[in-house]
Write a new protein. Structure first.
Length: 248
């Protein structure tokens, strides 16, 4: 089960916008509201809402903000957001998936198409690149929670598909079907995870030259900066030198 992966480095990049807490909190609040509206406002009974609240806590979002976002879902004047997945190719033919929550489909589509075009890529139809990714669950714990062997044993027992442990922490992967049960079993043993969510994991990655990599990272930043965009995934690898150069 154990293996090597650079998925965390290429999955998406936050960087600059992490310092802009109001923007980050706004996106987190939108996800909390949508999750609570689609299911129950009780995180114990709503896995998506629970995952959203965990993500908010990781960003130190105030408790009042979280509670307000949940209550917003049950109010009569709550905004209506559509969940949209955009797919396309960035510079170098790299596959990109963008997940968005928007109250204006036309605006979001126009903006994201412009970003792709200006970067030298192109926005495609739904399904045009998703086949290159696996829809899978990811559960993350800090490295100090357990030794590599202890986490691997627990993950195998819980039914996980893969475990990647490093100095930055433990990443446990599970299928869509088993994800919730694996997450519950690990939480019972190690406590609340720092992240537990469904994600798009590339089946293979493309190593790109620094010139292309720089264009791709700029595209990732543009997409992540957009208010409607919740997550960005891509299947490329860049050099350590470029990561250092771009402050990644």
């Amino acid at each position: 089960m154990a293996g090597h992966s650079q998925f965390k480095n290429i999955m998406h990049r936050k960087g600059k916008q992490d310092a802009q807490k109001s923007k980050v909190f706004g996106k987190l609040a939108r996800e909390i509201t949508v999750a609570a509206k689609l299911g129950t406002p009780d995180p114990a009974m709503n896995p998506r809402l629970r995952a959203a609240i965990i993500a908010a806590r990781q960003e130190n979002m105030p408790k009042d903000n979280i509670e307000r976002a949940v209550k917003k879902a049950t109010g009569g004047d709550s905004e209506s957001y559509d969940e949209i997945r955009y797919e396309g190719y960035g510079p170098g033919g790299v596959a990109v998936i963008v997940e968005a929550l928007t109250d204006n489909r036309n605006r979001s589509a126009s903006d994201i198409r412009t970003y792709f075009t200006k970067s030298g890529g192109n926005l495609g139809e739904t399904g045009s690149v998703a086949f290159m990714f696996d829809r899978t669950g990811i559960i993350e714990y800090d490295a100090k929670v357990a030794s590599d062997d202890a986490m691997l044993d627990a993950a195998i027992e819980a039914g996980a598909d893969d475990v990647i442990s490093s100095e930055s922490g433990h990443e446990i992967y599970a299928s869509q079907e088993t994800f919730r049960e694996v997450a519950k079993a690990l939480e019972a043993k190690f406590g609340e995870a720092r992240k537990a969510a469904l994600t798009w994991k590339p089946q293979n990655t493309i190593a790109v030259e620094d010139e292309v990599g720089e264009k791709l990272m700029k595209l990732m930043d543009l997409l992540n900066e957009h208010d409607d965009v919740q997550n960005v995934y891509a299947n490329f690898e860049i050099s350590d030198a470029l990561v250092a150069k771009m402050g990644g």
